[in-house]
Design a protein around this ligand. Structure first.
Ligand code: ADP
Ligand code: MG
Length: 340
């Protein structure tokens, strides 16, 4: 290694950095079926596959406790973890949460956080089976490990999309992103006031999408009941554009998504208008939606529509790339986000 060389992480970005970290590692264990690169790692457990996923949530980066109630944060931590298990078509089973806690936190505050964790564990039928606890210099740090399992012939990777498959989406986009913008605006407006009265009326939906997201276990169950195994799948934590590109790259395919088919909620539009921002940018790049983006063969069109799932586009040959098609037929190339 050249000791004088310094490459800024921003010049690589999140996704290239992960590729660089993982590239020199080669699996030695026969049971390692899929290492880094999908929503969860896949381990051969004999008759089934075990799924493993880890997520990091840092105060000041991923959440702001000025407006994020600790119970909601506990709930969201579990949702974030199990969403990646669902994205492999798996059933979430266990969760481990490691905490870094600064002296600003009291025992009662940690109790509140775990009230939320418990509520989510009950809602999604997962067990908290461990974690770690350490002092922290800087606020609250959360590391969430989720486990799950799936029958071997039911596993869904990011890589299985076929040309002409339908691109399906489990719910609306951009609401959580507009929710955080509303919370930030009211934080600024209330700053320094002795009796702050944030204005949230009419925006309950976008706030809920940010503060109490749900993982789409219902969709995974519904697909299974209808005998549908998607050809590829990913959960939307970073925004549709990034996740669509991950799916295209892993499947070595292109994608056409139609702008007028993107599900965007009324409150997302209304908030975007109030803040003079673009609801489509929120849908494409916002993140924190925890919806599922998946592909199915064209023959499943009627069943998917009957389930109330939005079909937003289709898979194309790799050379056409990933494109957003505007109502007047213009093609806009999708761009990956990720942090820098
Ligand atoms: P998601 O948004 O679904 O949680 P990420 O974008 O965080 O996924 O990660 C994508 C893939 O890269 C995952 O398979 C994850 O395990 C892997 N990954 C991320 N960071 C690291 C790291 N520091 N070391 C090894 N693998 C990583
Ligand atoms: Mg994911």
């Amino acid at each position: 290694m050249d000791k004088n060389k310094r490459t800024e992480i921003s010049s690589l970005g999140e996704f290239k950095l992960i590729d660089r970290i993982c590239a020199p590692f080669q699996s030695e264990q026969k049971s390692t079926v899929k290492e880094a690169g999908d929503d969860a790692a896949v381990i051969d457990a004999g008759d089934r596959y075990i799924l493993l996923s880890n997520d990091l949530m840092l105060e000041g980066v991923n959440f702001d406790l000025t407006y994020f109630p600790l119970q909601h944060l506990g709930y969201k931590a579990v949702v974030v973890g199990i969403s990646d298990i669902l994205a492999m078509n798996g059933t979430p089973r266990q969760i481990l949460i490691a905490l870094g806690i600064s002296s600003r936190f009291s025992v009662e505050m940690i109790d509140l956080f775990y009230e939320g964790v418990r509520a989510a564990c009950q809602d999604y039928h997962v067990d908290l089976v461990g974690g770690d606890t350490s002092a922290s210099v800087n606020g609250l740090t959360l590391s969430i490990t989720a486990t799950g399992d799936v029958e071997k012939d039911k596993i869904v990777y990011r890589s299985g999309a076929n040309t002409n498959d339908l691109v399906c989406l489990s719910g609306d986009l951009g609401a959580a992103y507009m929710g955080i913008h509303l919370l930030e605006r009211e934080k600024r407006a209330c700053n320094g006031q002795p009796n702050p009265h944030p204005k949230f009326e009419g925006y309950e939906y976008i706030l809920r999408r940010q503060l109490k997201p749900e993982a789409r276990m219902d969709i995974i169950e519904h697909l299974a009941q209808n005998g549908i195994v998607p050809t590829s799948m990913i959960d939307i934590s970073d925004g549709l554009a990034s996740e669509a590109l991950h799916l295209c790259k892993a499947s070595d395919k292109g994608m056409r998504i139609y702008l007028n088919r993107l599900p965007i909620a009324k409150q997302t539009y209304a908030m975007a208008e109030e803040l003079h921002s673009d609801p489509v940018v929120a849908a494409l790049n916002g993140g924190d939606d925890y919806e599922l983006l998946f592909t199915v063969p064209l023959s499943k069109q009627a069943e998917i529509s009957a389930m109330g799932i939005d079909i937003i586009g289709h898979i194309t040959a790799p050379d056409t790339g990933a494109k957003l098609i505007t109502p007047d037929g213009q093609e806009i190339a999708l761009r990956a986000q990720g942090w820098k």
